[in-house]
Write a protein that binds this ligand. Structure first.
Ligand SMILES: Nc1ncnc2c1ncn2[C@@H]1O[C@H](COP(=O)(O)OP(=O)(O)O)[C@@H](O)[C@H]1O
Ligand SMILES: [Mg+2]
Length: 310
């Protein structure tokens, strides 16, 4: 698959302080990519460089083959941007705001009403089109923001902190809309966030940023295993019955690295997903398997591991 965003050795200093250091990114067409890290990690700075809204101190950044710094207008044509604080004309209606965006983007006058209707439909705001934006909740403004970027049919949408300040239900509905647009229109998304628990669910790949450095990147589950235990799984097994016999049998399994035991709960660390082997062993004894789960390396844990102090 083709890359839509490529950065090489990209850095940005503010008054001698590094906000972003030697960043190499490649984001594929059709991906939902999460740029994750605590406040001040450099997420917004990266986004501004991608969009050509701030100049790198060194390195290069390209979007769909255009140099963001030198060809910012071309990048702007391809990429929709939803900043942390989306600005609308508060005394204008939703419809008027979108019409204004359409005019700025040189959309044919005759096509504007249809485009607006379509965009509002996608984000579920058709009923509110005659309402002034001042009366909108934060979640509705985020939705309108999505409608606003859709007006210009972007290939790429960059959304800085899409769920910030929203309650979980509203946040999830925004994320569902993103998934839908990715699936149905093939739009590539880059989302920045410090709220991993919300964002991780919808990202195909994430990059974890700390003090301007990309300290880990990949698919969420792989990344977890890579950072935690070198490709390991942790399987938790609770049984009722004789644990001694079972402990011996577990120890003889190939791919088992370590076994911890607390009462009648085992924690088996292994190189492979051994759940079916484990349940077979238990089935051949007098004991009963009362619970078994495999530990999913949630991004939350990776995050806590890196950002404990924050
Ligand atoms: N315009 C600016 N002038 C000076 N320092 C800035 C500016 N923008 C960001 N910074 C600094 O750069 C670092 C990264 O900021 P930012 O990219 O906003 O992080 P994030 O979006 O991850 O919260 C922070 O230390 C911040 O204080
Ligand atoms: Mg930011």
């Amino acid at each position: 698959m083709e890359d839509i965003i490529i950065s090489k050795n990209l850095s940005k200093n503010y008054n001698g302080n590094k906000a972003v250091s030697n960043l190499d990114l490649s984001i594929k067409k059709g991906e939902i990519y999460g740029l994750l890290g605590p406040n001040g990690a450099g997420k917004s700075t990266i986004i501004l460089m991608i969009l050509g809204l701030t100049e790198p101190s060194s390195g290069t950044i390209n979007v769909a083959g255009f140099n963001s710094t030198r060809e910012a207008l071309k990048v702007k044509r391809i990429a929709g941007y939803l900043p942390e604080k989306i600005g609308f004309y508060e005394d204008m209606t939703a419809e008027q705001n979108l019409a204004y965006t359409a005019e700025l983007n040189n959309i044919k006058y005759s096509e504007i009403p249809k485009k607006i209707e379509k965009a509002l439909k996608i984000v579920g705001l058709v009923e509110n089109k005659k309402q002034i934006v001042k009366q909108f909740s934060k979640g509705m403004k985020q939705r309108l923001g999505i409608a606003d970027v859709l007006i210009k049919d972007p290939e790429l949408v960059i959304f800085d902190e899409p769920t910030e300040g929203l309650d979980v239900k509203v946040a999830n509905s925004i994320l569902d809309t993103i998934i839908k647009l990715n699936k149905e229109k093939g739009i590539t998304f880059m989302l920045s966030s410090h709220q991993l628990n919300l964002i991780q669910k919808i990202c195909h790949r994430v990059g974890i940023l700390s003090n301007g450095n990309l300290i880990g990147e990949g698919k969420i589950d792989e990344l977890g295993r890579k950072l935690f235990g070198g490709g390991r799984f942790i399987i938790e097994v609770e049984i009722s019955g004789d644990t001694k016999e079972i402990l011996n049998k577990f120890s003889n399994l190939k791919d088992v690295i370590d076994i911890g035991k607390e009462g009648n709960v085992f924690q088996i660390i292994c190189n492979k997903d051994l759940r079916s082997e484990i349940s077979k062993i238990i089935a051949n004894t007098e004991s009963i398997l009362t619970r078994m789960n495999i530990k999913d390396y949630a991004l939350e844990e990776i995050y806590l591991k890196y950002f404990k102090e924050e």
